[in-house]
Write a protein of this length. Structure first.
Length: 206
């Protein structure tokens, strides 16, 4: 995990995209290691750091978590299910194979629900999504899901890669011109691989 934690035990934001950073809240990803989101409160802290919610929505979600802890626990379980579904679906996309039937059904149901929770609104020149405000506990996941659906239905899905580091498996959007990104971070996994190669060369030359 070295080099992948930032302040307050938050995972580093290296995916280059909201939904990928959300998937990268387990380290390593495969086999699943440390979970940065063990409870709803952690999800909220992460969502604030990821700028998923503005301050007003953050306050509303925090108040709802305190007032209805059981609902928060349910919302947390749903968030983890979404995260794991997105991980499997994205891994399938990276491997150029179709997702499992269950995962595509889960995602389709989530997408159908999402459409009932938002309205498109003109702000003059631009447009934006307005979210239903009556379920603040589940808003973070709706916003993450919306980002994931944009990714999956667009060209950028072809740019998603898996870190080549040993014991990592984090996903990233490759923004390099020649599709050459291999690591979640050059300073972390990239550097460790370099050190390992160096060490192996030394051993073989003895
Ligand atoms: Zn990595």
């Amino acid at each position: 995990m070295m080099g992948k934690i930032v302040a307050d035990a938050l995972p580093a934001f290296l995916g280059g995209r909201l939904c990928l950073d959300f998937v990268n809240t387990v380290d390593p990803r495969e086999p699943a290691g440390h979970d940065f989101l063990p409870a709803y409160a952690n999800l909220l802290t992460w969502a604030a750091a990821a700028r998923v919610l503005d301050q007003r929505r953050m306050r509303r979600a925090t108040a709802a978590r305190r007032a209805t802890p059981d609902e928060a626990a349910k919302a947390h379980a749903e968030a983890i299910e979404l995260r794991e579904t997105l991980y499997r679906v994205l891994r399938a996309a990276v491997a150029r194979r179709p997702p499992s039937r269950q995962d595509s059904e889960t995602l389709a149901a989530g997408a159908a629900h999402l459409q009932t929770r938002r309205r498109i609104r003109s702000t003059g020149v631009h447009w934006r999504w307005d979210w239903a405000e009556d379920d603040p506990l589940r808003l973070p996941c709706l916003i993450i899901l919306a980002d994931a659906l944009d990714l999956l239905t667009g060209e950028e899905v072809n740019r998603v890669g898996v870190c080549a580091g040993q014991a990592c498996g984090w996903l990233f959007a490759d923004a390099t011109k020649n599709h050459s990104r291999r690591w979640c971070s050059m300073a972390g996994c990239g550097n460790r691989a370099k050190t390992r190669r160096h060490y192996q060369r030394q051993r073989h030359s003895r």
